[in-house]
Design a protein around this ligand. Structure first.
Ligand code: MTE
Length: 312
């Protein structure tokens, strides 16, 4: 492997979950789905249907983009297996089309809509973002999507909408990892409404100009570049506006390790490892982690007056 994780799985995963992970290996061992993928799906350059991209913006300071094979072959998507290589191998069971997304809760115009119809409402742009995983590795990714703020404008939240909850598909046939109680399913993430409408917050439907592969969260996922990667819930079926802070999956699994805000913060260590540095996948040397993953000038003001040690 040309890249190296900083931590073994057992370091990065709450121990109770790590122990259960052994059950999971049976899933990967079956391998039936992986065997059906064309060989080209396992290595090489971008593939899949091209998306109409209207604008390209580099928001990673000109840094080299991580290779396609890394972005689509080294993933966290526990519903498709807990090893980094599992999601690509198992993604064939996920059928991202046709797909329906519910925009619901405290909005004046709730809508249940086919994902391609939803995508047709907004111009798609490419945004190159630095992404920082809580496990202290990072990548640079050319996502394709649209600002969540555009969707929020369209559905018109009521004054009671203080938070947004993002929910992944619950279907053990398509996401066989949901047969094991590794996490509480379905996977749920959440943002405050002001974070949701921040111009950096993206609804993502593609990568490298192509339709998003299953392992990256097809057909629609969240990307919030100043937060740890686990906030980016994949394969969404519901975006719900609500008054209460949503109970989120990793926070429920290990509240002392994974907070609700989950802002990238080199000054606040994870209880079991430092967050001060990170390894860009493919690099040999680690580099310092930047506050808010390098997006502080754009987002720090959202947290003025908040103690980010307590609210990690
Ligand atoms: N979404 C779901 N539904 N299930 C998951 O296990 N993992 C999260 C996040 N979204 C996860 C998820 C974590 S920990 C990370 S780091 C990112 O997805 C990884 O996204 P990527 O594989 O596209 O890099």
């Amino acid at each position: 492997m040309p890249f190296r994780p900083d931590l073994r799985e057992r370091d990065a995963t709450p121990e109770a979950l790590w122990l259960r992970r052994r059950d999971f290996l049976k899933l990967g061992a079956a391998g039936a789905v992986g065997a059906m993928l064309p060989a080209s799906a396992r290595a090489g350059g971008p593939e899949g249907a091209a998306l109409p991209v209207t604008r390209r913006v580099d928001m990673a300071g000109g840094e080299k983009q991580s290779p396609w094979d890394v972005v689509t072959g080294y993933n966290n998507f526990y519903e498709l297996g807990t090893d980094k290589e599992d999601p690509r191998r198992n993604a064939g069971s996920l059928h991202p089309r046709p797909w329906t997304v519910r925009i619901e809760g405290e909005v004046k115009k709730p809508v249940t809509v086919d994902v391609d119809t939803l995508l047709s409402w907004f111009p798609l742009e490419e945004r190159v973002y630095r992404m920082r995983c809580v496990e202290a590795w990072s990548i640079v990714v050319p996502w394709v999507g649209f600002p969540l703020a555009e969707l929020v404008k369209r559905v018109q939240p009521t004054s009671r909408a203080k938070f947004v909850a993002f929910t992944t598909l619950l279907d053990p046939k398509q996401l066989p990892g949901e047969r094991w109680p590794v996490l509480r399913w379905p996977y749920v993430e959440g943002l405050r409404i002001d974070e949701a409408v921040h111009p950096l917050t993206l609804m993502v439907a593609g990568v490298y100009g192509r339709v998003l592969p299953g392992q990256n969260g097809a057909p629609l996922r969240l990307v919030v570049p100043w937060k740890y990667g686990f906030k980016g819930a994949k394969s969404l079926v519901s975006i719900r506006f609500q008054e209460e802070q949503p109970a989120t999956t990793w926070n429920l699994a290990a509240p002392t390790e994974y907070g609700f805000l989950a802002n990238v913060n080199p000054a606040v260590d994870h209880p079991r490892w430092s967050q001060a540095r990170e390894r860009r996948l493919g690099d040999f040397f680690k580099r310092p982690t930047l506050p808010f993953n390098g997006y502080a000038d754009q987002v720090a003001s959202l947290y003025a007056g908040i103690d980010l040690r307590k609210n990690f």
